[in-house]
Write a protein that binds this ligand. Structure first.
Ligand SMILES: [Zn+2]
Length: 253
């Protein structure tokens, strides 16, 4: 399915009608693998918002700001209609064939797609409030380094998740100060706070909290401000929004 889409929808800058070259074939092969990886997150996407390919191994960028804005708008519009969608583009000036892109299912955050190495490996990461940056990258509000204020906000969000879905009371679980062993680094402090709260709930008799709503047999872990399913490598819910995906419980006392 993805293979046919990739072949049918490629609109590179090659000469129209030119014979298919080895490079074209390699691009299509890699694009197919990459879109397969994206569809592990999005599910089968009814909407392909573009596959932009280079016309040579080291050709000019196949996308400009206009194309990136269109691709992003297309993904966001599909998401509003309840459809999955993605777009990918080749990264110029690299030896290997690398693709970057954006994708979203009907319910997930928009994810950025970043090519990693020559095996068509890609890394997907949630992107809040995506915008096209000056240097042809997708900028995300959640990629700014966290400030102490963000840490405070995240602690309140974690408290909400904990009290709504585990039944434990924040004061019993979370230390006021960041747990010992953390430097002043805010993102490290956040990870340590979440891990400490989770460890406490597990030790107190809920070893699966927060239980993965897709598999039911393992807890979600914390990653970059989100609850993450390790098995699917999927971001499930932003911290603070856990009760939208798993049932609320009453307080224990
Ligand atoms: Zn899971």
């Amino acid at each position: 399915m993805a293979a046919m889409l990739a072949v049918a929808m490629t609109f590179g800058r090659g000469e129209p009608g030119a014979a298919q070259t080895a490079l074209d074939e390699r691009q299509q092969h890699v694009a197919t693998i990459v879109t397969g990886e994206i569809e592990k997150l999005t599910g089968p996407a009814g909407r392909n918002c573009g596959i932009y390919t280079l016309s040579g191994v080291d050709g000019p960028s196949p996308v400009g700001r206009r194309e990136l804005r269109e691709a992003l708008r297309c993904v966001l519009a599909a998401q509003r209609r309840g459809q999955a969608a993605w777009a990918i583009w080749q990264v110029p000036h690299v030896d290997a064939i690398l693709f970057d892109g954006v994708g979203a299912s009907a319910v997930s955050a928009v994810h950025t797609v970043a090519g990693r190495g020559s095996n068509a490996d890609v890394e997907l990461a949630p992107c809040l409030d995506p915008r096209v940056g000056r240097d042809l990258t997708i900028e995300c509000a959640n990629r700014r380094p966290p400030t102490p204020r963000d840490v405070e906000k995240a602690r309140r969000a974690l408290r909400r998740d904990l009290e709504r879905t585990s039944g434990f009371v924040w004061a019993d679980v979370a230390p006021e100060a960041p747990p010992a062993g953390t430097s002043g680094d805010p993102s490290e402090a956040l990870t340590a706070t979440v891990t400490a709260a989770q460890r406490h709930v597990h030790a107190a008799g809920e070893p699966q909290w927060p239980r993965c709503p897709h598999h039911f047999d393992h807890p979600l872990t914390y990653r970059d401000g989100w609850w993450f399913c390790e098995r699917d490598a999927a971001f499930i819910a932003a911290v603070g929004r856990l009760s939208t995906v798993i049932p609320r419980v009453k307080r224990r006392r």
